[in-house]
Design a protein around this ligand. Structure first.
Ligand code: PGA
Length: 258
């Protein structure tokens, strides 16, 4: 049952990326207010990951509500001479409860390897943050029929010792689906999520059956319900559609009653 994902509490996480300079707190407050109403009883966790500069103010604004605040990256070390970087402990101190790691934009823009993602995930665990570890194939890898191999390798190489269902979430994000309006077919998503579930059981044992596997890449209000109905899809990592409270809440509502 847990292996099918039905017993797993979903997570809907908004990744704001490098957006949110103007009026952004209003959007977060709208989500907070909606969640403190009828959605409070829903069976899902909801998180917004703004740029690092907004974490502390957002965390203060949502204190006492069910909305959680996440970060988008961290350094592997707890402190030191690393100009421009932010330690997981600092994110925790600012009010974050989770951190997105190994997003394909970081793997592409900053050359992050799975080994680095693994070290960052260990840092997140050390600091008491949930690590949201992103994996996914490029268009070329999919065309070459390498999707399952790529995803399996990234997963295996990105998870540190001590990974549990409580401290780690997997996000499957096909690179070609991010920000493009394209999504894989439901059966393609199911095939990848089922393979991830199997790989997780091999690498982290029983914890793998309970771990959340999010789908990310062009999740919108009009496809959220269909995506969340796919076996082993335990939530969503939402980019563009998370910037507007209305759209993000419409996606969150697709998980109501799950
Ligand atoms: P998107 O981004 O929803 O805008 O496709 C998803 C992500 O990058 O996490």
């Amino acid at each position: 049952m847990a292996g099918q994902g039905h017993a797993i509490r979903p997570l809907v996480a908004g990744n704001w990326k490098m957006n949110g300079l103007n009026a952004s707190l209003d959007e977060a407050v709208s989500v907070r207010d909606a969640l403190s109403g009828p959605l409070a009883a829903m069976n899902a966790d909801v998180m917004v990951a703004p740029p690092a500069t907004l974490i502390a103010s957002f965390a203060a604004a949502v204190a006492g509500s069910s909305l959680r605040i996440g970060a988008q990256d961290c350094h592997a070390k707890p402190s030191g001479a690393h100009t421009g970087d932010i330690a997981a402990e600092m994110l925790k101190d600012a009010g974050a409860s989770a951190v997105i790691l190994g997003h394909s934009e970081r793997r592409a823009d900053h050359g992050e390897t799975s080994a680095e993602v693994k070290a960052k995930a260990a840092a997140a665990h050390r600091a008491g943050l949930v690590a949201i570890v992103c994996i996914g194939e490029t268009q070329g890898e999919r065309a070459a029929g390498a999707t399952l191999n790529v995803v399996s390798r990234q997963l295996k190489n990105s998870l540190p010792d001590g990974t549990t269902a409580a401290n780690t979430v997997i996000a499957y994000e096909p690179v070609w689906a991010i920000g493009t309006g394209l999504t894989p077919t439901p059966s393609d998503i199911e095939a990848v999520h089922t393979a991830i579930r199997r790989d997780l059981s091999e690498s982290v044992g029983e914890e793998g059956a309970k771990m959340r596997i999010l789908y990310g890449g062009s999740v919108k209000p009009d496809n959220a319900a269909a995506l969340m109905a796919i076996p082993n899809v335990n939530g969503a990592l939402v980019g563009g559609a998370s910037l507007k409270a209305r759209d993000f809440l419409a996606i969150v509502r697709a998980y109501e009653g799950r």
